[in-house]
Design a protein around this ligand. Structure first.
Ligand code: SF4
Length: 223
């Protein structure tokens, strides 16, 4: 893994913890599109976990209105390697188009294998996927903490095939003891998914035809 995790280190004081908690209660609104915190003349930084370029299109467009967005591509679930490279290249292309900062982090596939061990035969949207979301969000929250981002969000809720409620519950849980706040979302709402398709087409981005892991590829091929 390229970066370590430092949960629990450099804890904020009691006062700042209370402020953080208050901030969290303002921003943790399940199922709503987030709205920027009002800081006149200044956009708050946010670290956006990007699962892929097509999903990130709409979210970057939306969040950039209120936040200073840095995208983080961290997806050790994507296999095989040529598919990973294709999706990463599409992400670079999108960030170049939109002028978005991009961080790329990676872990060996064996790390992802450990997350989902014993759940290989679960169907998509089952328990294997919950572990896959958890591993990626833990890493993103840890990175946001390490780099001093006050907020973190994920593009995972753009997909109509992914449960926003479960993803948000994981995000809130993994950020509970961190200094960063997880921003709840359901980015597919208000035609968000449709907008992501339009933008992907206009940017001529590569769009994958399976979720990412070899099991989802196997299931696609079995159809
Ligand atoms: S189907 Fe998608 S979300 Fe589920 S485990 Fe595979 S890559 Fe992760």
């Amino acid at each position: 893994m390229k970066a370590g995790r430092n949960h629990g280190k450099n804890k904020p004081s009691a006062v700042s913890q209370a402020e953080e908690k208050e901030k969290k209660s303002e921003t943790h609104r399940a199922g709503q599109t987030p709205i920027g915190l009002a800081v006149p003349g200044k956009k708050q930084p946010i670290l956006l976990h990007a699962c892929c370029a097509p999903c990130a299109t709409h979210v970057i467009e939306l969040l950039s209105r209120s936040y200073s967005v840095t995208a983080l591509f961290y997806n050790p679930n994507i296999q095989p390697d040529d598919e990973y490279q294709r999706r990463l290249q599409a992400m670079r292309q999108l960030c170049q188009h939109t002028g978005t900062r991009l961080l790329v982090e990676s872990s060996p596939v064996s790390v992802w294998d450990r997350w989902v061990q014993g759940l290989e035969d679960e169907p998509e949207q089952g328990r294997r996927c919950l572990r896959c979301f958890t591993g990626r969000l833990e890493y993103c929250v840890s990175t946001a903490d390490r780099l001093g981002f006050p907020l973190v969000a994920t593009t995972l809720t753009v997909s109509p095939r992914k449960p926003a409620g479960a993803i948000n519950a994981i995000g809130v849980s993994v950020a509970a003891n961190a200094r960063t706040c997880y921003l709840e979302s359901d980015f597919k709402k208000q035609d968000g998914f449709k907008r992501s398709c339009e933008l992907s087409k206009s940017y001529n981005l590569f769009r994958q035809n399976y979720c990412g892991c070899l099991y989802s590829l196997r299931d696609r091929d079995a159809l």
